[in-house]
Design a protein around this ligand. Structure first.
Ligand SMILES: [Zn+2]
Length: 319
């Protein structure tokens, strides 16, 4: 639906969740933010454009906020249906977006390869069934201003969930469209129930991105997997997200303290997941992303130190 003048929010189903794709329509050209799965473009976005009589030819920019396949999987379909669209992303996410195998191995496989988590042999096949890559036409680094005719959209670099994550400030409305740059205290199902932990990975960058967005005093905070947050609700969402990082870091340190000896990431998660959210197994195992980020921060501050157990899996203990 058109939620603000010229800003359309198109919710595309992904199992029990959705990914919201946005279109910002200017007098000269249109920009879309995220491409969902291949089916999101074919089955939801294209019919929406037709129903609302929006021009597919006017789409000049199709952005991926970041290197996750539910945000990039429709890139090939965009090229098919939107003949003038340039595929754009954050430069630092380009390699993973252009090559799904790099995304599968380095983004989703990190915890299997390096931390002894059980390998899920279906991940690669699932990604490849719903996502189709293309070359990226333009890599952005943040600070660029895109003129759509009667409105300017500013590109913001908001790392944390990924290194190249991009967000967007629509100057006409003061809304920010932030993809997964900020993730509250849980990612949600479509009905609002908690789905899995906030999967930020690079903690200090994530905190800085939240503060950057808050400093813009946005009129609305528009995300991929959460409802519309208007006015103070948007600020509250940002504050909740920042507070969660402090909780997670404290819980990580306390868990290591109580363990009294070297402990792996998977063991830390087993001991503390119920303090960090209501998720069941295996959803709570996605705490691997934020908790590894926090372990790196605590290591950097020399509060904990890294070792290796007999299986060569990294462990942490008090420094
Ligand atoms: Zn997402």
């Amino acid at each position: 639906m058109e939620i603000l003048p010229g800003i359309h929010r198109i919710e595309c189903p992904i199992a029990t969740r959705y990914v919201a794709i946005y279109a910002i329509v200017g007098s000269a050209s249109t920009l879309i933010i995220d491409t969902g799965f291949d089916g999101s473009i074919r089955e939801t976005v294209i019919p929406y454009f037709k129903e609302k009589k929006l021009s597919l030819e006017a789409v000049k920019y199709a952005f991926n906020t970041h290197s996750d396949f539910d945000h990039t999987g429709g890139n090939k379909a965009v090229k098919e249906f939107m003949p003038n669209a340039l595929i754009c992303c954050g430069e630092r996410d380009r390699a993973m977006i252009e090559d799904l195998q790099i995304m599968i191995d380095d983004r989703y496989g990190e915890f299997n390869h390096d931390h002894g988590f059980p390998d899920d042999p279906d991940t690669g096949a699932f990604v490849r069934a719903v996502a189709f890559e293309t070359r990226i036409d333009i890599g952005f680094t943040g600070g660029e201003r895109i003129d759509l005719g009667d409105r300017i959209v500013e590109v913001l670099h908001t790392p944390g969930h990924s290194w190249g994550h991009l967000s967007f400030l629509d100057e006409k409305t003061g809304a920010v469209i932030i993809g997964d740059a900020v993730l509250g205290d849980s990612v949600l199902h479509a009905d609002g129930a908690p789905a899995f932990p906030p999967t930020y990975r690079f903690v200090e960058a994530y905190r800085a991105s939240i503060r950057l967005l808050k400093g813009m005093n946005p009129t609305e905070v528009l995300t991929s997997h959460y409802p519309r947050y208007k006015g103070q609700d948007g600020i509250d969402f940002l504050d909740t997200s920042l507070a969660y990082t402090d909780l997670a870091e404290r819980v990580a340190l306390e868990t290591i303290t109580q363990a009294g000896g070297p402990i792996t990431l998977a063991e830390i998660i087993e001991k503390c997941h119920d303090r960090l959210g209501p998720w069941e197994n295996p959803a709570y195992t996605f705490l691997s992303y934020p908790l590894l980020g926090h372990l790196e921060v605590l290591e950097g501050y020399k509060k904990i130190k890294r070792g290796k157990n007999a299986q060569a899996i990294p462990t942490w203990s008090l420094a």
